[in-house]
Write a protein that binds this ligand. Structure first.
Ligand code: SP5
Ligand code: ZN
Length: 360
């Protein structure tokens, strides 16, 4: 019988070895299985209904690549209510049941949007409410949408909590994503804005300046909108030029914040086809602005849809580039919560995300 020399956990050795598969375990990762409950069947795309791109295979690919995760504790609705009004939360919570009660099959989706001379109304029909509380036709509400969105935000709050408690960085596998959702509207596969809820929670916890760096392929219009007139939350985004890409109406370089928030929004749009050279230059500018803001905390809205193989996007970032991008962000030396946003090349999504996390 061998006298046991207690084996040290493998992650203790991680910094001494080049093995990425162990390095990644150094970071605490948060995820709740209820986030799989959101599974709309289809979305309107180029005039036809197509399979829903933001499907449960995405987090499964990431989970396979990053290994063990921790479940978040339930912090309730109070943190959500610092960003989203009660009526909007009730809408997301109840829309699917109302849709069924109206005798409708499939997932709840709007078909009329109040863009002309809108005014406050008590909207009775589910169709009217779907238009009032959403910005596009690619964000249907299915049976599990509320539960998945709620736990996606709790996951972000758990990663934030780990960072506030002293972790250098932590990862929230947020899904559904959040950065297109505004205070009172859904859009771009997003229903609740996890980055915004986390930023408000950090301020509630006593941090006075929070920076949000959004590196998803698409502009984070919801996050920008929520903090546009705020001077204590910096929003910096690198994304595809809205002249060619969703969300089209926001993300231009001349959107720089308003009022107390003037100068606290920085948009760095890039043309389709941008590779690590162009993206890296934008990243330099973004990081310089974050450093200049001198935040207490960094939230990184991380989308892997900048990947060369992404089916709905047009940048040319490669898997190995994600570690380089992450190392440059990590070099800021800021406590950082990383929140998952988009990324639709499911076969590569796990590897791309693991590469990114390894850079921290
Ligand atoms: C979080 C995020 O990355 N949202 C992206 C929303 C983009 N929506 C517009 C693109 C629609 C593409 N539809 C593709 C359907 C393929 N089944
Ligand atoms: Zn995206």
């Amino acid at each position: 019988m061998t006298v046991g020399v207690t084996a040290a956990p493998s992650w203790l050795y991680a910094s001494a070895h080049a093995d990425r598969s162990k390095v990644r375990l150094l970071m605490r990762c948060f995820w709740d299985a209820r986030q799989l409950l959101h599974a709309p069947a289809q979305e309107l795309h180029n005039g036809a209904f197509m399979p829903f791109a933001e499907h449960p295979g995405r987090p499964r690919s990431i989970l396979d690549a990053i290994g063990p995760t921790e479940a978040p504790r339930d912090q309730g609705e109070a943190p959500l209510l610092r960003v989203h009004p009660r009526d909007y939360l009730d809408f997301v919570k109840n829309a699917f049941a109302e849709w069924r009660a109206a005798g409708r099959p499939g997932d709840a989706a709007g078909y009329v949007w109040p863009v002309v001379r809108r005014r406050p109304l008590r909207l009775e029909r589910i169709d009217a409410r779907l238009g009032r509380y959403s910005m596009d036709a690619s964000t249907p509400i299915a049976e599990g949408t509320w539960d998945a969105s709620y736990w996606s935000v709790q996951t972000a709050l758990a990663a934030l909590g780990a960072v506030l408690a002293g972790e250098r960085a932590a990862f929230a596998l947020c899904r559904p994503p959040g950065h297109h959702a505004g205070a009172d509207y859904a859009g771009g596969y997003c229903y609740l804005n996890a980055a915004a809820v986390a930023a408000e929670a950090a301020i509630e916890a006593g941090r006075s300046r929070v920076a949000i760096l959004d590196i998803d392929y698409h502009h984070g219009n919801g996050t920008q909108d929520i903090f546009y007139d705020r001077g204590d939350v910096l929003f910096v985004s690198i994304h595809a030029d809205p002249a060619t890409d969703y969300p089209f109406y926001w993300g231009h370089a001349d959107e720089m914040g308003a009022g107390a928030g003037e100068g606290a929004t920085l948009n760095l749009p890039l043309p389709r086809g941008a590779d690590m050279t162009g993206f890296g230059d934008a990243l330099d500018a973004a990081l310089a602005r974050v450093a200049d803001f001198a935040p207490d905390l960094l939230l990184c809205s991380y989308g892997a849809d900048t990947f060369s193989g992404d089916p709905i996007s047009f940048f040319r970032i490669e898997t190995a580039d994600y570690a380089v991008i992450a190392r440059r962000i990590a070099a800021l030396g800021l406590p950082t919560a990383i929140l998952m946003e988009g990324g639709y090349a499911v076969d590569a999504l796990g590897a791309n995300t693991a590469a990114f996390l390894s850079g921290f």
